[in-house]
Design a protein around this ligand. Structure first.
Ligand code: SF4
Ligand code: SF4
Length: 129
């Protein structure tokens, strides 16, 4: 009788992975898809805002500063402090803050991480890019 040969589990695993789909994605060469409800950069709609300041009051990271725009107090977002918890959107009684799929926010210049409400006023609504 011939000797029975066995394939080690490690070799089996290696062979199966040769034909499996890669576990990694090709980002940044291929645009990454984010799941529904993703909490990216805030989209602030100044036309809905009533200047109540609840977003700033409830922000746990103190990332929202109320600033004056056309004699009304509006939220300015400091994304370098933001933890993207979206309490601001929860607290807003007018739904003036929404999430977006924008997540490529890395910058070596902190001024790029300031989202000024004035930018929304100039564009009608939306977020400063
Ligand atoms: S997402 Fe959270 S941390 Fe960021 S501004 Fe809103 S409340 Fe503050
Ligand atoms: S909570 Fe909403 S309505 Fe109130 S200041 Fe903030 S964005 Fe404006």
């Amino acid at each position: 009788m011939g000797k029975k040969t066995t394939v080690s589990p490690m070799v089996k695993e290696a062979l199966s992975n040769l034909f499996a789909r890669p576990a990694t994605s090709k980002y940044p060469f291929v645009k990454a898809e984010v799941p529904e409800g993703f909490r990216g950069k805030q989209v602030y709609d100044i036309s809905l805002c009533i200047s109540c300041g609840l977003c700033s009051r409830d922000c746990p990271a103190k990332a929202i500063e109320m600033v004056e725009v056309d004699a009304k107090r509006r939220p300015l977002f400091h994304l370098d402090l933001c933890i993207f918890c979206y309490q601001c959107a929860e607290s807003c009684p007018r739904n003036a803050i929404k999430s977006s799929a924008l997540f490529e926010l890395a910058s070596i210049d902190k001024s790029n991480l300031v989202v000024h409400p004035q930018a929304s006023a100039q564009k009608g609504s939306g977020v400063q890019q």
